[in-house]
Design a protein. Sequence first.
Length: 279
Amino acid sequence: LAKQRGRNGYAFYTQELTEQARRRLNLETDLHEAIALNQLRVYYQLQMDLGTGRPVGLEALVRWQHPTQGIIAPDEFLPVARNAGMMSDIDEFVLDEACLQLRHWLDAGYPLQSMAVNMSGYWMERGDVFGNVAAALRRYGLDPGCLELEVTEDEVMHFNDDGVLLLDRLAILGVGLAIDDFGTGYSSLLRLKRMPVNKLKIDRGFVTDLPGSDSDSAMARAIIALGKSLQLKVIAEGIESEEQQRVLHQFGCDLGQGYLYNRPLPASEIEKLLGEPAP
Ligand code: C2E
Ligand code: MG
Ligand code: MG
Ligand code: MG
């Protein structure tokens, strides 16, 4: 029967689903041990000043060094983590590791202004973001102004009053807030205006087809203009070519991030790209 169904793709499809489900289940089992076994890694990507061409900050991006499957990307294991109720543990781990690393780099004299850490809605709702952030800053003696939390525009849309209150408390502490994947989430401008935002991150989707695409050019310009009028910094994600960099800078974009500068890399490799530390 299965074979017969296989011809029209049905059995094949369910079999594939089962395989996928099994893989996820295995990952979930392994993930429970991943933190304790020290398998999570934090990679870093540079954030460049498009005016000077110098790196000014970094974004911390998590990876899982799986014992048998190699490096697993966040898009694959974060959904599993969310499902397993482990998302806050992961975000908390990345925050701590990124702050520790920033401490090292600042001590070594590298001229970095900021470290960005992604903040999931899950962590905001079920974790203790404020407590974790305050503790990490204290632990490593960091100025709150050098930490920036990124939350996606999509998640901003789903905030309740507690979410907004948390952002206000973080802002009072002095921590920066960036809206990630901006332009994809239909957040209301009123809502944006009411939140203590410092930076908009233009989603990669609007950068990929620059400078050829008129609609993407229009979107990028509109986001940059919006950012300027609200006195926010604007950073473009996913810059892969000199051309993209050139038009974005021409549009007035302050900052950029993307494979043109570097892929996310372990701390030891990113260090070589940070320039000369001040003596
Ligand atoms: P994101 O925060 O928007 O991060 C940008 C993603 O785009 C990263 O993927 C980065 O490697 C990728 N990227 C950067 N430049 C380029 C480029 O020029 N071309 C292309 N094609 N891609 C580029 P990554 O590291 O796989 O992370 C995917 C997403 O997973 C992140 O999107 C973020 O939403 C989430 N994520 C990663 N680390 C964490 C974490 O520690 N906590 C939470 N909550 N989410 C995380
Ligand atoms: Mg991000
Ligand atoms: Mg993004
Ligand atoms: Mg994203």
